[in-house]
Design a binder for this molecule. Structure first.
Ligand SMILES: NC(=O)c1ccc[n+]([C@@H]2O[C@H](COP(=O)([O-])OP(=O)(O)OC[C@H]3O[C@@H](n4cnc5c(N)ncnc54)[C@H](OP(=O)(O)O)[C@@H]3O)[C@@H](O)[C@H]2O)c1
Length: 239
């Protein structure tokens, strides 16, 4: 992937940050979108060619304004990567309406609204690409991440709906299913994590290919198990 203009949401840390730095280093124009301006500044300090947009994707009004005002400029690839995960069982008071609304808006509503808002630029005179960073939890849910699992299953279905509307030579829609990655999201939990850089390499390899989805590492096992023995896949994800 070279000479493309790529907007990456959640590019201020973790997988998105690694992707932004690697894709910028290999000759692409990167627009990094995230909520925290300080973290975006730190990213630009590493590569001053990276443009930034500070936007809170969990804020419905900010999202509406972005969609209504449009965004000028060429765009070849949109990577819907920003995400949050609440880790409470559904009957825990900490799993509040506010937390669930933030999670559902960031993980699912924002990718849908952004894709629609940026579609004209993506389709302008070429094949556009939308990459949705999904999760193995779209195949099998985790007991303490009900809302998150639902948003990721919804994102996977959104990709399928886009593919039903646009032939792949107009809009390529690529789903990425990472395994556990060592980022702020997974701090203090899980074993056998891969680095954000390794995840970014696998995503770039998928972008360079022509497939509709990339199952990275253990995500492949969960996808197969969920089709064959769904109960076991759910048990494994909830350990
Ligand atoms: N880590 C894993 O094991 C794993 C596995 C499967 C899938 N994923 C998915 O991979 C994606 C990236 O996750 P990660 O692990 O790299 O997470 P991370 O290190 O926590 O980074 C999340 C990114 O999303 C941004 N973000 C969060 N809320 C936002 C909001 N309201 N508005 C704008 N930006 C927001 C953050 O920016 P600010 O900090 O500036 O708000 C940050 O740049 C997520 O979609 C996640 O669900 C992760």
């Amino acid at each position: 992937m070279q000479n493309k203009r790529i907007l990456i949401t959640g590019a201020s840390s973790g997988i998105g940050r690694a992707l932004a730095l690697k894709l910028a280093a290999s000759g692409n124009e990167i627009v990094a979108l995230a909520r925290n301006p300080q973290k975006l500044k730190a990213l630009v300090a590493e590569n001053p060619a990276i443009e930034t947009i500070a936007l809170d994707l969990a804020d419905p009004q900010a999202l509406r304004d972005f969609a209504d005002n449009g965004w000028n400029g060429r765009l070849d690839v949109l990577i819907n990567n920003a995400g949050v995960q609440d880790q409470h069982r559904f009957d825990d008071p900490a799993c509040s309406a506010e937390v669930m609304i933030e999670e559902a808006t960031t993980n699912l509503v924002a990718p849908i609204v952004l894709t629609r808002a940026l579609l004209p630029q993506l389709l302008e005179g070429k094949t556009g690409t939308v990459v949705n960073i999904v999760s193995a939890l779209a195949f099998a849910p985790k007991d303490n991440a009900a809302c998150y699992s639902a948003t990721k299953a919804g994102l996977k279905m959104f990709s399928a709906a886009l593919r039903a509307q646009f032939p792949p030579d107009r809009l390529r829609v690529l789903d990425i299913f990472p395994p556990l990655v060592a980022t702020a999201m997974t701090k203090g939990r899980g074993k056998g994590k891969i680095t954000p850089e390794a995840a970014a390499d696998a995503i770039i390899a998928a972008l360079d290919g022509s497939g509709e989805r990339a199952l990275i590492g253990s995500a492949r096992v969960i996808a197969v198990l969920s089709a064959m023995v769904p109960g076991l896949a759910t048990k494994l994800m909830s350990r």
